[in-house]
Design a protein around this ligand. Structure first.
Ligand code: COA
Ligand code: ZN
Length: 306
């Protein structure tokens, strides 16, 4: 059976832009509940400036606690070399470094030029190897930038090539503002899957224009097997106007399960955690399949067996 690996980015992308800020202890309990659903990877926070993203303060506490108690894989986002150093000191073993495909967005997000981000990366790829850290590089605004408009595929391909030349072995391609279409996804991703290999390339979609799930499917058709999604469809970037929530983990899992693609995730449990996440940030949540799920619950059915 074919299988996919889903990373829940809810505790990072889902929470970073919420009006309600959760304590590290509350976030930790959400993360542990997600891991108990069978998720193989969870993005647990970001080592960014607490002035820039106050909701991510306390990621150090979370990372240290997980390093002690969890054998499962978790990752943290880093924006620069300083983030790498702090993450390493707190025991992180998988890190996601973000660089944007457009100059304006990179400046707004991390206050550096693309060139400076790439210079940081050239050093960090070497350092990560020596430290035994898995360093994934996220190319953000890969289909559209909120400031510069459409991102041409060749901009992303050229950046991917340049990154590979200096040592990148694993990429995440992100539709930060949820503007991609299924055809654009297939077109951009198919060559990247060939270049990096199925195990080393992933996609991250937001559902702003209701195309999140269609884009996941298009990427799957193009050979992608690693996907980000956020519990309850929470999400948004404080520096990218117009970005709404990520595609909901519940919906992605349900789609793949019905397609006969293995996710190894307990969907009934996942919906319960989605409810918890929504309640915590005072938002209605649970993905688009929520109404269907409620009906099945009333009938005493398990979503895992449908
Ligand atoms: N983590 C924590 N603090 C950091 C940091 C990091 N990764 N990088 C820099 N800082 C600190 C500096 O030490 C400095 O602290 P001080 O004011 O106490 O001296 C302060 O942040 C400013 O440093 P500077 O290098 O001038 O950074 P900046 O103000 O230009 O901000 C970033 C750069 C990257 C730290 C900031 O823009 C940021 O955190 N962005 C996060 C973007 C993000 O999370 N986007 C959403 C996910 S893609
Ligand atoms: Zn995102």
């Amino acid at each position: 059976m074919d299988n996919v690996i889903i990373t829940d980015v809810g505790p990072r992308d889902g929470l970073q832009n919420q009006a309600v800020h959760l304590s590290p202890e509350t976030r930790l309990s959400l993360i542990q509940n997600l891991l108990e659903c069978g998720l193989q990877r969870v993005e647990v926070g970001a080592f960014v400036s607490p002035k820039a993203v106050p909701a991510m303060a306390g990621t150090d506490v979370i990372t240290r606690a997980l390093a002690n108690i969890s054998a499962q894989d978790f990752q943290v986002l880093i924006p620069n070399a300083k983030g790498y150093d702090i993450a390493l000191a707190n025991g992180a073993k998988t890190m996601m470094f973000v660089v944007c495909a457009s100059e304006t967005m990179n400046q707004k997000n991390v206050r550096m030029s693309i060139e400076d981000s790439i210079n940081d990366l050239a050093q960090l790829y070497k350092q990560a190897k020596a430290d035994g850290v898995k360093l994934i590089t996220c190319i953000a605004v890969a289909w559209q930038c909120p400031f510069e408009g459409k991102t041409e595929p060749r901009q992303v391909w050229q950046m991917a090539e340049a990154l590979q030349e200096i040592g990148a072995d694993s990429l995440l391609i992100a539709d930060t503002i949820g503007a991609a279409s299924p055809t654009a996804v297939k077109n951009l991703m198919a060559p990247l899957v060939k270049q990096f290999g199925q195990d080393n390339i992933g996609c991250h979609f937001h559902d702003t224009r209701a195309m999140g799930l269609a884009n996941v499917y298009a990427a799957y058709e193009a050979g992608v097997r690693h996907f980000d999604a956020a519990i309850g469809g929470l999400g948004g970037c404080p520096f990218a106007p117009g970005a709404t929530g990520n595609v909901a983990t519940e919906d992605v899992v349900q789609m793949f399960q019905q397609m006969g693609v293995e996710t190894n995730i307990d969907l009934d449990k996942l919906y319960q955690v989605g409810q918890q996440a929504g309640t915590l940030v005072k938002l209605e949540s649970g993905g688009r399949g929520q109404k269907f799920r409620s009906l099945q619950l009333e009938k005493g059915n398990s979503l895992n067996e449908l």
